[in-house]
Each structure stands twice: as C-alpha cells, then as structure tokens.
Design a protein around this ligand. Structure first.
Ligand code: HEM
Ligand code: HEM
Length: 277
C-alpha cells in the first residue's frame, strides 16, 4: 500500500509547504463516458428536434412520403432519445456508487457550510470581487449547482420526450408510463416545454464550454483534458491564494485538497506504474 497520497497514475507529492502537487484521478470512466454520450446526444437531439419543429430544408418538390426525410430525422431523434436515457440511467447509478467527485452530493453544495463557502467564493470570483477562483478537485460549487439544474432539465426533457413518443402508441409502454401527464397539462404545453428546454440546454452548453476554457486557464489544472483522461493537476502555487488552508476547512472541508487526497488514497487502488506503489 502506498504511503504517499498516491492516486492512479503518478504520485501526488507533498511539497515543503505541505501542499500536494501532481496529478490525481478525479473523473471515473462512467462520468467521462456519460458526459460525452450526453453531449453528443444533445447535439443530435437539438438538430433533429429543431428540424421536427421547423422543417427548414426542402429536400424534394415531391410528396414527403416519397423521400421519407422527416421519417429519418424522427428516427434519429428517437434513437438518440434512447441513448440519452441509457446514459442518464448509468450516470444516476454512478452518482450513488462512484467516487466522491461523482457523488450526487457534489451537485448540492448547500448541504454543508464548506459547500456554501465555496459557492460564495465562486460567485465572488465571477463578480470580480475575488482575484482567484476557489481551488477544488471535483466540480467547483457553482458548477456543481449548475449541473444539478442541468440534470433536472435532462430529466424533464427525457420525460416530455417519451410522453410525446407515447402519444403515437396509445396503450403502449411509454403511454402507460407517461400518459397521465396529459390529464394535468395540455399536450401543446408538453411540446412547448420540450422545445424551450432545448434552448436552455443550448445556452448552457455555450457558457459551459467558455467557462471550461476559462477555468482551465485560471486554475492551470488541466480541466479540459480531465474530462477526457480523468486526471486533474494540482499546482501548489495556486493554493497560496485560496482560503482552503484555513485550519477549520483543512480539517473538515470536503474540498480541501489534502483531505481529499487522503480520503481517495484510502479508497482507491494505487497504480502499479507509480514509483511508490
Ligand atoms: C467541448 C465541449 C465540452 C467540454 C470541453 C466540456 C468540459 C467539461 C468539464 C471539464 C467538466 C468537468 C469539470 C467541471 O466543470 O466540474 C464537464 C462536466 C459536465 N459537462 Fe461538459 N464539456 C463540454 C460539452 C458539454 C455539453 C455539450 C454539455 C451538455 C449540454 C455538457 C454538460 C456537462 C455536465 C452536465 C457536466 C457534469 C458532469 C457530471 O458530473 O456527470 N458538457 N464538462
Ligand atoms: C436534449 C434532448 C432533446 C432535445 C433538445 C429535443 C428537442 C426536440 C424538439 C425541439 C422537438 C420539437 C418540438 C416541437 O416544437 O414540436 C422535439 C420533438 C420530439 N421529441 Fe425531442 N428532444 C430531446 C430529447 C428527446 C427524448 C429523450 C425523446 C424520447 C424519445 C424525445 C422525443 C421527441 C418526440 C416524440 C417529439 C415529437 C416528434 C413529432 O411530433 O414528430 N426527445 N424534440
């Protein structure tokens, strides 16, 4: 068993100042896999969904049944609808069995005083009231909270999508599961909700990609590559500017880097390639 706070891959060394340096395995495979499956699905569902709402391409002057273009578009939409659903089920399962950064708790920062503190620090950073963003290993608290809203939108989109699908098969599985909603809300409202949520997700995606690049540059922690490889980098110089060394947080803060490394060391196997393994 490794004695250093070694995660998978290279060890995270403790510097003279007691701050860990190195790389750490944060995002497990299911987190990364579902991230990219969701991203691809949302792109495909948005293009096909927009076309269903507004068929802007005149494929042929003939009757639509002769080329079946809308049929293929709808088929693609439903296919990615099922892929999106499968990905959401896997990510939800992993939120209960995955590591601390994959946990559902990472999406709800308000449940702990430290989470509330980190949330406040993130907001201050974006309002230029703070020079550096708080340094965390997993999601920053503001991002985590935003993802909670996004995941809620994912579920709304899947539910309204399958409710609309159920309409074409009355008495079928999806109609049985979702048809009750039409006794509460008119079908056209379900369509409107399904449509509006698409634009909310597109708006989120735009700012999300911008912020991913911003934070990658601000924190120098390899954030962008981390969602491909799983590894984030810990740069001790960045920690000088954070409040994470405050004794109270060092002992109890879920985002204290040393505390997280210690927890993770206890729960994750070290990599055989690691020199200290
Ligand atoms: C070039 C494209 C993208 C890049 C570089 C990127 C980058 C990242 C990174 C680095 C994280 C994890 C770090 C964090 O923010 O806490 C993340 C998480 C996340 N991203 Fe993206 N992203 C991209 C596209 C998208 C798209 C299109 C969506 C959906 C509209 C999306 C939704 C999410 C969600 C929901 C999470 C939380 C993941 C989880 O905990 O399961 N991303 N992304
Ligand atoms: C991010 C995910 C999704 C986006 C962005 C999206 C987008 C859209 C849009 C814009 C429409 C047209 C609504 C209108 O104005 O009439 C639509 C229709 C529809 N969507 Fe989705 N959708 C998504 C997920 C799903 C899922 C998971 C399903 C489940 C199979 C689904 C099933 C449907 C159905 C059945 C229709 C109606 C098709 C028709 O009337 O021919 N969608 N979608």
């Amino acid at each position: 068993m490794a004695t250093q706070p070694v995660l998978r891959g290279r060890s995270a060394d403790i510097t003279a100042a007691g701050v860990p340096a190195g790389r750490i395995y944060v995002w497990e495979i299911p987190v990364r896999l579902t991230h990219w499956v969701n991203a691809l699905s949302i792109v495909m569902l948005s293009f096909t969904g927009y076309y269903i709402a507004r068929p802007y391409l005149a494929i042929s002057p003939q009757e639509t049944y002769s080329h079946f273009f809308m049929g293929y578009i709808r088929f693609t939409h439903f296919l990615f609808g099922y892929i999106f659903l499968a990905s959401l089920i896997l990510r939800t399962y992993w939120a209960f069995v995955g590591n601390q950064w994959a946990s559902w708790r990472a999406l709800i920062p308000f449940v702990t005083p430290e989470g509330r503190g980190l949330f406040r620090q993130s907001v201050e950073f974006y309002f230029f009231a703070r020079r550096e963003p708080p340094v965390v290993l997993g999601h920053n608290a503001l991002a985590g909270f935003t993802y909670a809203i996004i995941v809620t939108l994912y579920f709304i989109q899947v539910f309204t999508g399958f409710a609309l699908l159920g309409l074409s098969d009355p008495g079928g599985f999806w109609h049985t599961m979702t048809g009750w909603v039409f006794s509460l809300v008119h079908m056209q409202w379900i369509r409107v909700i399904h449509h509006v949520v698409m634009w909310l997700l597109i708006a989120f995606a735009l700012q999300h990609i911008y912020v991913a690049f911003l934070i990658d540059a601000e924190e120098s922690n390899g954030l962008i590559s981390s969602i491909l490889t799983g590894y984030k980098f810990i740069v001790p110089e960045r920690h000088k500017h954070t409040d994470l060394h405050a004794p109270a947080q060092a002992e109890h803060g879920p985002d204290n880097v040393t505390a997280q490394l210690t927890t993770a060391t206890a729960t994750q196997p070290s990599d055989p390639r690691s020199p200290s393994a």
